[in-house]
Design a protein around this ligand. Structure first.
Ligand code: ZN
Length: 233
C-alpha cells in the first residue's frame, strides 16, 4: 500500500516566512505593490526599478536558513520519495538538502538574458545599482530568472503530468489565490484520485477544496503531517 503512494508536495511563501523571508502579498515597496513590481509590464517600463526591487530581495534572502519544515521535507523526500514543487524563489529547499525541486516561479539567485538569446541562466547573488545593470554577452539586459505576473510559469507540462499520477497532494503555506497553482487541488478533487491536505498558518482561499486542513506554523505542523504520511496514515 505504502509503496504505491505517490506524493506531490507544493510549497508557498508560508513555509519560508519562519526563515525570515517576507510574504510579499499585499506588501508595499516604495509605494509599489509586489504585484506591480513582479510583473513583465514593470520590467518593460522600468527595468532599473525592477532590478532595485530584486536586488533588495536578494539582500534579504541571502542569509536566510531553512527551518524545521524545509528540513523535514528534505528528509521525507529521501526516505519516501516525492515530487516537490515550490512557488518560492528562495533556495531554501535545496539548502535543506532537497533535490530535483521544480521552481514554478523561477529562482531569485539566478539571472538570465532578457532577449532569450539561448545563453544559460547564471547563478547570481549580486545586487545591482541602477547605473550598473548586468548585460548578457549578446548585449541585452540580464533579468532575474523568475516568473512574473503576465508570464507563463516554468515547467507546467511536467507539473501537470505529476499531478495526474499523484495519490497524495500536500500543499504548504500557499495563499490559494495565485493561478494556476490555486487550481491544482480542484483538478484533483474533480478526478477523486488523490487525498488532498493543506498545512499553513491561516486558511487558504481554496480551503474548502481540501480533504484535510491543518492550521499552525509550518515548522511544527509539517513534520507532524509528514510523519503520518510516512506511516501510511
Ligand atoms: Zn543574451
Amino acid at each position: 500500500m505504502l509503496s504505491a503512494s505517490i506524493t506531490f508536495i507544493l510549497t508557498g511563501a508560508g513555509i519560508s516566512a519562519e526563515s525570515g523571508i517576507p510574504v510579499f502579498q499585499g506588501t508595499d515597496w516604495r509605494g509599489h505593490s509586489h504585484y506591480e513590481l513582479a510583473n513583465i509590464d514593470a520590467w518593460r517600463r522600468d527595468p532599473q526599478l525592477v532590478w532595485e526591487y530584486y536586488s533588495e530581495r536578494r539582500g534579504r534572502a541571502r542569509d536566510a536558513k531553512p527551518n524545521a519544515a524545509h528540513l523535514a521535507l528534505a528528509e521525507f523526500q529521501k526516505a519516501a520519495g516525492c515530487f516537490l514543487c515550490t512557488q518560492n524563489v528562495d533556495g531554501l529547499h535545496e539548502a535543506a538538502g532537497s533535490t530535483g525541486v521544480v521552481h514554478i516561479h523561477g529562482k531569485l539567485f539566478e539571472s538570465r538574458c532578457s532577449a532569450e538569446c539561448g545563453a544559460a541562466p547564471v547563478v547570481d547573488f549580486e545586487e545591482y545599482a541602477p547605473q550598473n545593470l548586468p548585460r548578457c554577452g549578446c548585449g541585452a539586459l540580464m533579468r532575474p530568472n523568475v516568473c512574473w505576473f503576465g508570464e507563463q510559469p516554468c515547467e507546467l507540462e511536467r507539473i501537470y503530468s505529476e499531478l495526474e499520477r499523484c495519490t497524495t497532494f500536500l500543499a504548504i503555506g500557499t495563499s490559494g489565490f495565485v493561478q494556476p497553482v490555486a487550481s491544482f487541488v480542484s483538478l484533483l478533487k474533480q478526478r477523486q484520485q488523490a487525498r488532498t491536505i493543506y498545512v499553513g498558518l491561516t486558511e487558504p482561499a481554496n480551503a474548502a477544496q481540501f480533504d484535510h486542513v491543518y492550521l499552525g506554523s509550518a515548522s511544527v505542523v509539517v513534520p507532524q503531517v509528514l510523519g503520518t504520511l510516512r506511516c501510511g496514515g
